[in-house]
Ligand binder design. Structure first.
Ligand code: G3P
Ligand code: CA
Length: 360
């Protein structure tokens, strides 16, 4: 077991309590991602937040999908009347062939059905294929308001705005869409009920000037933000997680959202290694640290936490949670919110909500 480290002084919480459980794409370990059913299940499993990824339609409506290309997570490829929408495009330097959200109006998207995005790993979830549609930001806001009332505790939205540089380049800027969407819904407030996150720095700086919601800067090991790359700025994630880089992030953000490798990388054998200084450094800078992404399957776990050879089997994820909680993280994005809530209760003394199935 990795010994607990002193995570340093904790900055003012932007949420009611920590560590928070963030339902990554909802409860995507159990339902097709980014459906209202996935979000509702996450809330009922005890998640403090649900996490929609937001992209935009041809007619300027924010909808929940992980990427602009929608054939992985919908049935669009099977619909003959949309065959002529198939296209090849470059998104953030990477070439994709498929069907792109910006080529569909909202009413056209409403005719699509969501499907399990990783059926080779989550075969059982495919029983839900075809049963749910694509959700708009407005529908997600309405859902969380309803669940907050019904469950008697706040269900927050941790909204990731996807690919702002790409969408700006095709005439669909996301800044005003998210600003308008949150203002019109009356949820532009600093209380943490809504948090806005993105990998792109310029987008977040703009949103900081326009909105009062807390902001989280996402960072991914071995990459650079697409806006910096597009502008010829040589800074990468490695630069952003230095004390100097973190100090710069505090000028427009309240939290840091690193991938797990940036907090506890695997060693040369693929086993869970030792914590980096990132949590301590981020706390010293005044940033909360919300880490992504915790998933129960062996496929996503360090070699020493896997149970058996089947990549779809659940591994010893409680040891993973224990290591990250000991490292002092303030929140966890997870595909399996029930497991994260249980881990938080067992490992950090925060009460587990084992009665979630009875709530509401
Ligand atoms: O927002 C945290 C995490 O969701 C970022 O990764 O690719 O799953 O959206 P991704
Ligand atoms: Ca996300």
């Amino acid at each position: 077991m990795i010994p607990a480290v002193d995570p340093g002084p904790r900055p003012t919480d932007l949420v009611e309590r920590t560590p928070v459980v963030i339902g990554h794409r909802g409860a995507s370990g159990y339902r097709p991602e980014h459906t209202l059913a996935s979000y509702e299940l996450a809330a009922r499993m005890g998640a403090d937040y649900i996490e929609p990824d937001l992209v935009i339609t041809a007619d300027g409506v924010l909808v929940a999908r992980h990427e602009p290309e929608i054939s992985r997570t919908t049935d669009v490829a099977s619909l003959p009347h949309f065959a002529d929408r198939r296209a090849t495009k470059t998104v953030d330097g990477e070439v994709f062939t498929g069907w792109f959200v910006e080529d569909f109006t909202l009413s056209e998207l409403r005719t699509l059905r969501a499907v399990e995005g990783i059926p080779h790993l989550r075969r059982n979830n495919t029983i839900y294929d075809g049963h749910y549609g694509i959700a708009t930001l407005d529908e997600i806001l309405a859902l969380t308001a309803r669940l907050t009332s019904r469950l008697g505790r706040r269900i927050g939205i941790y909204a990731e705005v996807k690919n702002p540089t790409y969408f700006a380049g095709i005439g669909l800027p996301l800044e005003q869409a998210i600003v308008r969407g949150l203002r019109d819904a009356g949820v532009d407030a600093p209380d943490g009920a809504v948090v806005v996150e993105s990998f792109e720095t310029a987008f977040l700086r703009t949103v900081r000037d326009e909105l009062s919601v807390p902001i989280t800067q996402l960072v991914e090991s071995g990459t650079a933000p697409a806006d910096l790359a597009a502008a010829g700025d040589p800074r990468t994630t490695a630069d952003m997680v230095t004390p100097e880089g973190l100090a710069d992030i505090t000028t427009y953000a309240d939290g840091l959202g690193p991938d797990k490798d940036l907090v506890i990388p695997c060693d040369a054998d693929g086993k869970l290694g030792a914590p980096t200084p990132l949590v301590v450094d981020a706390h010293a800078a005044g940033l909360l640290v919300h880490v992504y992404t915790f998933r129960n399957e062996n496929r996503f776990l360090p070699a020493d936490l896997r149970r058996g050879d089947d990549p779809t089997n659940y591994g010893d994820v409680f040891r993973e949670y224990a290591a990250f909680l000991a490292a002092g993280v303030d929140g966890m994005f997870t595909d399996n919110p029930d497991t994260a809530v249980a881990a938080r209760g067992l490992l950090s003394g925060s009460p587990a909500r084992e009665s979630w199935m009875m709530a509401g």
